[in-house]
Every structure is written in C-alpha cells, then in structure tokens.
Design a protein around this ligand. Sequence first.
Ligand code: CP3
Length: 348
Amino acid sequence: MTEKKTILRALAGETQDVPPIWMMRQAGRYLPEYRATRAQAGDFLSLCYNPELAAEVTLQPIRRYGFDAAILFADILLIPQALGADLWFVTGEGPRLSTITSQAEVDALKPTDAIHDRLSPIYETVKILARELPKETTLIGFAGAPWTVATYMIAGRGTPDQGPAHTFKNEDRAAFSALMERITDATIEYLAAQIEAGAEVVKIFDSWAGSLNGADFQDFALAPTAKIIAALKARHPNVPIIAFPREAGDAYQGFAKATGADCVALDNSVAPDWAAQHVQVDGCVQGNLASAHMVTGGQKLIDETGAICRAFAGGPHIFNLGHGITPDADPENVQLMIDTVRSGNWRS
Ligand code: CP3
C-alpha cells in the first residue's frame, strides 16, 4: 500500500475499495459557518480576494466532514476581471460583467502577464492552504474552461442558453476566436501559478460545454481544454488534471484521451452504468450524484449513492455530485452521503 493520498491514488488510476469523496461548491451558502465568514468579508468578491478568509471557508467543510479533497475558494470569473472586465455580483441574481461584442473590445483586454497583479491574493490563499490542510487532504485548484468563461464575458451575465456567445461565435468568428485564445493563454498562466503555489491537482470547469455540438464542441470545448492541459503537463508533468465538460453527453466518451485529462468529471445526466463502460475504461471518473439529493435526503439518497458506488467500483472513481451543492441543501444530508459511501454497505 502506498502512502499517497486517496484522491491522488484514484487520479493515478488505482481502484480503491471505497472511493475518495469531495463535493463541488462544498464551501458555500448551505453552511452557516460559510455565511458568517462571508458576512465578515462583506461580499462574495471581497471573500475571494481575502487570502485568510478564503482559506478559512475552504477549510470549513474539511473540518466539518473530513472530505478527501479541498477545493480552493475562488471563482471562474476572476479571470475576466484580471483581464480588465468589470465584475460584480447582484445578490440573489448572480454575476454581472462588462460585455465583449467586438474585436476592439478583445484587443483592449490586458496582456496575459498582467493577470497576476489582480490574482496574486488567490495564490496566497493556495499557499496558506498548502500549509494548513491535514496531511491526507488533497488541494485542488481550478479555473473555468475558455468557452464557459467566454459565455459570461460576451453576455455580461449568466444566460439560459448562452445565446449571446453563440451569436458572437457565428457572426464574428475571428473576434470570437481571438477572445478564446486570450482566455486560454490567461488560464494556462493562472493554473500554473496555482500549481507553483501548492495546488496538487487542477480542475477545468466547462459548465456550458453541453451547448456546443459537432465541430463547435471539438473546436471550443475539446481543443482549448487540450491546449491548456498540454501546456500545464509540459511544465508540471506530475500534476493530475480533472476536466468537467458538463452535459457533454455522448462526447464524454473519448474526452480524456483527446484532451490528456487524468479524470473526467460527470454531471448527473449521465447514467453511471453507461459511463463505467464508455468513459471509465479510459481512466478515473468523478461524480455523479444529483445535487437535489442534498435537499431531499432519505432512503433515495442512500440508494442513489450506493448505485453510483457500485457502477464505478471496478475502476478508479472519485465520488462527487454532478454539479455544485445548492444553498437550500441540508448539511445533514451531506453527512449521510459521506457515511453511505464510506460504510461500504452498498457492496452487493
Ligand atoms: O466548489 C467550490 O467550493 C470552490 C469554489 C467555486 C465557486 N464557484 C464559489 C462560488 C467554484 C469552483 C466555482 C465555479 C464556478 N463559478 C462556475 C463553474 C461551476 C458551475 O457551478 O457550473 C461558474 C459557472 C461560476 C460563476 C458563478 N459564481 C455564478 C454563476 C455564481 C452565481 C450563482 C450562485 O450560486 O449564486 C457564482 C457565485 C459563487 N461562486 C458562489 C460560490 C460559493 C455563491 C456566492 C455567494 O456566496 O453569494
């Protein structure tokens, strides 16, 4: 048996008796201690840029639940801000940004090197966490994938169908591609800096990958992720990378091989038995309990958690939700999920 942390063992391709577990948005509003620290910081962005408090909220779910991994507390929209976009959050509604709809606006973004001016507090948070996390806990850094980040930069907000980004992509392909390239380059430098500060794994969140089809999926979800991974692997060959092309459907198949990702995170629209056969054959998978179970709990939570553990028991697996936990979740249901996974009672 190696000394290696459970998450790193799964990412190295090891099948374990009990899968390691962490949870997307594990530091968040469903936890009273998070709400208290956020109030102390003043608002969400001030919390992101305050290394002591951002490290504190990252540690809260580790203390409460003993997850196998901690994810850096930050946001995928800090990259647009570091590139010069205005960014603010409207309470109860979500993010707002200045919009990008022309080549001139792409050209006006700050150069890649300049991002660290704004992002250095994030690297400081990573350094604190690398010091303070329990020895067995893996530290995960992250960034948004270029397409998902671009959808917010173009529209200036979250949209149900990413309509403005599709319009820009279809009407001014050159300017759209230039924007994608600027985000891709910045993301490489941002993730490399997180690794150099102490992140042991990085994850690339492509929350809106599912709205791309065919050649567009290849060009704007798969290719940029592959480019980021190749650049990071050239500098840090031993740092595992998790890719999350959310709602990619059939395109999950082959995604790890095509991008060089060490693990593919699955959303809960994917059937675990299908994914075991078609995705896990290529290596580690992460997922994929519907986050609604964190609201409803009960026997259904236990049954679904067990079914996911059984489906993926034959290969490397990291247990997680299929998307972030929501503010209305009950902290006791999170404990029930963890207890169910770790009890091993789901084995048939
Ligand atoms: O997972 C974690 O615990 C790490 C921290 C993290 C946050 N956002 C904190 C956050 C991570 C990894 C993200 C990723 C993120 N941010 C994504 C990709 C994953 C996904 O959820 O699809 C996206 C699209 C964003 C952009 C974003 N940030 C939106 C659309 C919102 C508003 C929606 C909401 O839940 O309120 C945020 C805010 C945000 N990011 C919160 C947290 C804890 C809530 C802010 C608050 O405390 O009010």
